[in-house]
Design a protein around this ligand. Structure first.
Ligand code: NAD
Length: 476
């Protein structure tokens, strides 16, 4: 495994003021200039998220017909790059911001995964997110492996210019690690199409050629795909429509709670509302709101996004400010008496502490990793159906793949083509996962991992395992 620890800089010379230890060696850092602040340290890598994510494979291995070497390979990310980004602030001061990029596995193709900006980003989390990307790309059968990137920053505290400098600075640091045929980033929490556009432009400058296929989720005029903006929410919506068919739901009878009201949460809320579903509870990082008769989702989205209190490119308005609704906490949102719960914010939201209080009989995971494996067991005992993240939120990476193929061909599709092809993929793979559930009499998450493992495993086995080499050393 390649593991690289980069010292800051190379491009700007700003890092000359830095005299601390290696990034990550926080104990020995020394600040030599009052202009330098180093307050964006990632949380130490003590998390359990990656280990918890990998644990899920053990159960799926019982049903997947693959060599145990496959499991061993998936337990170790292929490469990890940690960087320190020198960020010149508007007031002239210098701030050093930590970031990383993890490439988990590239057996099935170039690695693919978003870049997250969040104050709590840490390496353990990014490793888990990269692993889920490997599985997700396999579940929907697209020719990619998994990756993820993160920058430990609260982007809402930055001006637009600071945000642009940070985004370009991060790309300068990871430029040798990514590329249209090696590793292709995309948006994630608190990064959006404008950020992707800056990143693509910076990469193109470094390699001295226009390279739209290095990143997806770009603005349309810069080579983005129609339909990428709401693809994750729409993919989840197609999954819900499949459930509707199988369970015979009447849309207007289904009460929905959505945690997280950003790109993904808003998109799925809008589509469900247009179909007659009752969106009765939503929340964001400030808290939640509840209205038993259901929200008028388009005006809620307009309220959230048209807040005049904008800093950087983020909306700072919160759904909590909607007055004709009951204020609830994020915890209460998860525990509402609803028919369908959609976590669309962050990981680790449904845990062993609150799982027994969850009342929704169906959970569609649009966030990555919202349910811990311990919570899974509690929910299984209560017969809760969970459409797992690696299937439910795969619409985003699927349309990212469409964007990448369009960039490579220089030939662009209509919105209808994108929607139709996305629906085909989601319905096909949802059906395949249901078939595996029936075949192995198992839960949907395990079935989705079996589906992913079969695809990843056959690719890894095609390169040869111990059995092949031991049996063929005479005749190969
Ligand atoms: P976003 O930044 O657009 O929105 C995130 C939302 O979550 C915001 O409304 C924010 O206020 C809210 N939030 C943050 N912390 C919260 C908390 N503790 N409780 C409740 N709400 C909270 O991000 P997004 O792109 O919508 O991503 C949301 C989730 O979907 C993430 O888990 C992400 O990894 C996953 N996802 C996103 C994509 C994509 O295409 N954007 C694809 C696959 C998966």
């Amino acid at each position: 495994m390649q593991k690289e620890q980069f010292s800051p800089g190379g491009q700007s010379g700003e890092h000359a003021e830095w005299a601390g230890g290696l990034p990550g060696d926080h104990s020995s850092s020394v600040l030599v200039s009052p202009l330098v602040t180093r307050n964006d340290m990632p949380a130490p890598e003590t998390g359990h998220l990656f280990a918890d994510a990998i644990n899920r494979l053990d159960q799926a291995m019982r049903y997947a017909h693959i060599d145990t070497e496959v499991l061993e390979k998936l337990k170790h990310p292929k490469a990890i790059l940690q960087v320190s980004i020198p960020l010149r602030m508007d007031d002239g001061s210098l701030r050093i911001v930590e970031g990383c990029r993890v490439r988990h596995n590239d057996t099935r193709g170039p690695t693919k995964g978003g870049i997250r900006y969040h104050p709590q980003v840490n390496l353990d989390e990014i490793k888990a997110l990269a692993f889920w990307m490997t599985c997700k790309c396999a579940v929907v059968g697209i020719p990619y492996g998994g990756a993820k990137g993160g920058v430990t920053i609260n982007p809402k505290e930055l001006s637009r210019l600071e945000l642009e400098r940070l985004s370009r600075g991060f790309i300068r640091q990871i430029a040798d690690f990514i590329g249209p045929d090696t590793d292709i980033p995309a948006p994630d929490v608190y990064t959006n199409s404008m950020v992707m556009g800056w990143m693509m432009d910076e990469y193109s400058k470094i390699v001295r050629r226009h390279t739209p296929a290095v990143i997806t989720g770009k603005p349309i005029p810069l080579g983005g795909s129609l339909g990428r903006d709401d693809a994750t929410g729409r993919g989840g919506y197609y999954c819900i429509k499949e459930l509707e068919k199988r369970r015979g739901w009447k849309a207007s009878d289904v009460r929905v709670a959505i945690q997280g009201f950003g790109n993904v949460g808003q998109a799925v809320a809008r589509l469900l509302h247009a179909d007659g579903y009752k969106v009765v509870a939503v929340s964001d990082s400030q808290g939640g709101i509840f209205k038993p008769e259901g929200f008028d989702v388009p005006s809620l989205i307009q309220f959230k996004n048209e807040s005049l209190r904008l800093k950087a490119v983020y909306c700072k308005g919160s759904v909590c400010e909607v007055v004709d609704a009951e204020a609830i906490s994020n915890q209460e949102l998860l525990e509402q008496d609803v028919d369908l719960l959609i976590p669309a914010a962050l990981q680790d939201q449904i845990t062993v502490e609150n799982a027994h209080r969850i009342k929704a009989p169906v959970i569609v995971e649009l966030a990555n990793g919202p349910t811990t494996s311990e919570a899974d067991r509690v929910l299984a005992d209560k017969d809760v159906l969970i459409v797992p993240d690696i299937l439910a939120n795969a619409g985003g990476v699927t349309v990212s793949y469409f964007e990448w193929t369009q960039n490579k061909q220089g030939f662009y599709w209509s919105l209808e083509q994108v929607h139709e092809r996305l629906q085909t993929v989601m319905v096909r793979e949802m059906g395949a996962v249901f078939d595996l559930m029936d075949q192995h009499l198992t839960d949907m998450r395990t079935a989705a991992y079996v589906h992913a493992l079969n695809r990843i495993g056959s690719a890894i086995e095609a390169q040869g395992t111990q059995r092949y080499f031991a049996e063929n050393n005479q005749t190969a």
